[in-house]
Design a protein around this ligand. Sequence first.
Ligand code: PMT
Length: 397
Amino acid sequence: MLEGKRIVVGITGSIAAHKGADLVSKLTQAGAKVDVVLTESGARFVTPVALQGLSGRPVYTDVFAATGDLAISHVELGRRADAVVIAPASAATMARLAHGLADNLLCLTVLATEAPVLLAPAMDALMFENAATQANLAILRERGMTIIGPAEGRLASGMRGRGRMVEPEAIVGALRRLLGRSGDLAGRKVVVSAGGTQEPIDPVRYVGNYSSGKMGYAIAEAARDRGARVVLVSAPVALSTPYGVEKVPVTTAEEMRDAVVAACAGADVLIMAAAVADYRPAERAGQKIKRTKEGMTLDLVPTPDILAEVKGDLVRVGFAAESEDLMRNASEKMARKGLDLIVANDITAAGSGFGTDTNQVTIIDKSGAAETLPLLSKYEVACRLLDRVVPLLKRSS
Ligand code: PMT
């Protein structure tokens, strides 16, 4: 969603300026056209040359330097921006913005923009807590700017406290959410399940599967990027929670059932990308089971069918991970679970299924019509799936 977007990144004077440079790199890699505006103090921490190398575009520092297209107009950067991000945003810059000062190119650009503005403050905790900073933040928030962070942690002063700039990944997530806030899922609640449930055998072992959660997390991000409020019911995975997504951590199929049923109250869409165990051990041993020379049999009992248990006026989408007879098995599951759509996932295809960054799927609807997608990134699969979900939304937002 950042492809071709014009993003102004303001970098002000802070030890976190190197994270601003990382942000520039991430946005550029995501396809955005990044115009960096570096304040005089920011230039003490990172150089224009480095930022130009990362963005591949001119870096702006001086309102009077007639470089490139800025020669046309001093308000050009703000006027053409799709969004302005200031990361790190120093206390001084936020004070200037709160009082409408246009005494440097960055503040001038913010005054002259109609685009959404995102601020990622970074400063010492005492400066952040100061009544003046808090009052400035309240003014900026009230004027519609989005503030992300700061986070708690070790600060440049050596003290611990609230003042660290949040990580660039979170800023990218916040920016995507901001740009997508009027998307076709705005005002909608989307529940997504992800990851593989773990069914305990004893305190150290479980019955599980290979799901990494990547598919479900990509759906959660894509729904957020289109304006949805997203609840992500997640089995244990090694992924960080996408910014702006409400995560409900669970471990077993029964916990996932309870969390999904609760989250579906008032929801418009449920997408079950999780690999839910169909069986769990009948008993969980209280102590670690000891090795013997004998073989061992594990008694398994069925888990609840979560999709079949969720009723109500919402669009219900299942996935079918199949190793054979893909279309027949997926269609049977769709009918049995009464779904609106099913995503048939051939886990034997190269680059597809568990743990991969890409997926190869066929989306089947209630009429039996099937759309086979090429091998795509999981995020792109999620976008194509949501394209199919939006026309099925059952009630007005
Ligand atoms: O997580 P990744 O590594 O990215 O891998 C992605 C994936 C392969 C896990 C994903 O694309 C996928 O196919 N998920 C569904 C896996 C699966 O368990 O399919 P199934 O055929 O067993 O179940 C069919 C549907 O019923 C699924 O939507 C499942 O979430 C749901 N189900 C299953 C069992 C159960 N007890 N309750 C359920 O609701």
